[in-house]
Design a binder for this molecule. Sequence first.
Ligand code: DOR
Length: 432
Amino acid sequence: MKTLIRGADVVFSDRVAAVNILIEDGSIIDCDAAADTQADEIIDAAGLYLIPGVIDDQVHFRDPGLTHKEDLHTGSRACAKGGITTFLEMPNTKPPTITLDALDEKLAVAADKCMVNFGFYIGATPDNVEVLKSARRTPGIKIFIGSSTGNLLVDQQAALERIFGETDLPICAHCEDESTVHANAERLGGGSKVSDHSLIRDHKAALIATQRAVDLADRHNHRFHVLHVSTAEEVEFLRTSSDLITAEACPHHLLFNVNDYDRLGSLVQMNPSIKNPEDNSALWAGLLDGTIQVIATDHAPHTLEEKAQPYPQSPSGLPAVENSLALILNEVNQGRCSLQQVVSWMCEAPAKVWSINKKGRIATGYDADLVLIDMNREQQVLNEDQVTKSGWTPWHGVTLKGWPVRTLVGGRTVYNNGTFNESVRGTEATYR
Ligand code: DOR
């Protein structure tokens, strides 16, 4: 089966060019095909940009165990709509992904249910280092150095030394210092209003844990990725970190701050917490100067009923996969960054960080995971349009300019202007 994408402005790593892209059997086979090339399917894309599919390296899809919030089918369908063609999912499901059997089971369910490509982290516990050493079908190891949703936590130094010292897979971590968080919570009597969340999970908690993890990575010469950086202090610290370290920012930490609690309440309650306007600016500066390489969502759906509980019972997390690309394209239209930078942060860098084979770039021999975007399209984000099972978004009512309009996974259109091709299935990502 051959598909020709004709007339788009194609965003390559080093240039943007008006060329025709030829796909055969799921792979890109020609990046400069003649306009009259014979193909089974011709996609006329004049006026649109073509970018590599987004790789979201941090999502929580709740399958198994908490599928009333999301499952692998609904989560991956939301990805297809948002221009995400590969997701890497976190281990804090029920049961958690802390054994090889649990990992294999997730992969089998995903092959059946997922409309985009997938990968799953193996979760660290204080005593599963042998599992972490033998895991193969995974991008890497996830450590909750600070606790969040679920019960995964490794904060004992001896256990962390073993994990960094004895394993080979790249490691990523949720970095919030447990004892700082507990001391802050105690001082505030547990907290009574949602804005207390940012005082409990404060700047210091994030910085201490990030410094601790980076120290472990450096001493053990281990590849390490700092998930969801949220503070100016972490950006400053990471600016001079070694080549072993990469880092990530999320749309909610880039675009929300403590001033949004009044309007949005627990809808913007996240771990790490949202911080101050100066932190928003520092995170953008970190992306622009290369200190932070990746943008990912930390998509973490909870139902509105769960969110409506009073703080601190309200759970932390917000859904984002179907809007993350549009949110950042809107910033391109505001002049904050370029389309090529977005492709670097959301496509190329995550493929590089996790050594994913044949993804993240438009190049001959790469997988035909592709997204057509319309940089002129203005559209309001509305709860009623969300396809995540949780059915809401903290960006309800916001108008964004610049939207994904068509998504291809392995050369097949999975989403086109509001219509899904329910028969498309993604495949398991593989790693070098
Ligand atoms: O707010 C969060 N929610 N942060 C995390 O790291 C986990 C996530 C979840 O799974 O709900």
